[in-house]
Design a protein around this ligand. Structure first.
Ligand SMILES: C[S@@+](CC[C@H](N)C(=O)[O-])C[C@H]1O[C@@H](n2cnc3c(N)ncnc32)[C@H](O)[C@@H]1O
Length: 207
């Protein structure tokens, strides 16, 4: 098992009990995302955590394939789906790097609080672009530590070394936007509830 899976497995139970930090912003992100869905939409969520967001979105689409590197997160997500009798979300332990999805097969991909945790976000963004149908959307909410906390660049490797923190990559909102547009996306919607909050972006693949 790799170090990242170990870290997230260890905190999965606590993570599932943690209340959403900013409920109003979370609800607004759900609302905006729903406006991009259609009842026949095929969706992938990577880094789905304990599944609440996928379950929330499930009535608005045909199917969601929700993946996470942590088997413990997936176990909790599956329990929630079973309890709620949600049948159109398939939870699977998998990574964005390893998951196999045919090109141009998806209407939407969600990557929420995850891009800053990846070794290679450009690789993930390019893969998302390939998997989306023309006109499909990539919905992200990403902490851009480079905007306000550049010092994390120094601390993060030490925290990771001692297993206290996950891998954390430091980049700015501008750099994230550039990564998306370089991969061929157009930014269709961008919103940041506050200066130090995650930036919410809906990026569209050209028709
Ligand atoms: C900060 S949590 C976010 C969970 C959820 N998306 C949310 O917004 O609450 C990051 C999640 O990404 C998962 N993760 C980390 N690296 C991953 C990867 N390479 N592929 C898939 N999931 C990953 C972790 O296990 C964890 O559940």
């Amino acid at each position: 098992m790799n170090q990242s899976a170990k870290f997230w497995d260890k905190i999965a139970k606590r993570y599932s009990k943690r209340p959403v930090a900013d409920e109003a912003s979370y609800q607004e992100k759900l609302r905006v995302t729903h406006t991009y869905f259609r009842p026949d939409a095929e969706v992938l969520e990577f880094g789905c955590g304990t599944g609440s967001t996928a379950i929330n979105h499930s009535p608005y689409v045909r199917h969601i394939h929700a993946i996470d590197i942590s088997s413990k997160m997936i176990e909790i997500a599956q329990e929630k789906a079973d309890e709620g009798k949600v049948s159109n979300v398939t939870f699977e332990q998998s990574t964005i790097e390893g998951v196999s999805v045919p090109d141009q097969s998806l209407d939407a991909v969600l990557g929420l609080s995850i891009l800053h945790l990846l070794e290679n976000k450009e690789g993930a963004i390019a893969k998302v672009h390939r998997m989306l149908k023309p006109g499909g959307v990539f919905v992200t909410s990403t902490t851009c530590l480079g905007d306000s906390m550049k010092f994390f660049k120094l601390i993060a490797p030490v925290g990771k070394l001692f297993g206290l923190m996950p891998l954390l990559k430091v980049f700015t909102t501008g750099e994230l936007s550039a990564s998306l547009t370089d991969a061929g996306f157009e930014i269709d919607h961008q919103w940041q509830p506050g200066k130090s909050n995650a930036v919410f972006i809906v990026a569209k693949k050209a028709e």
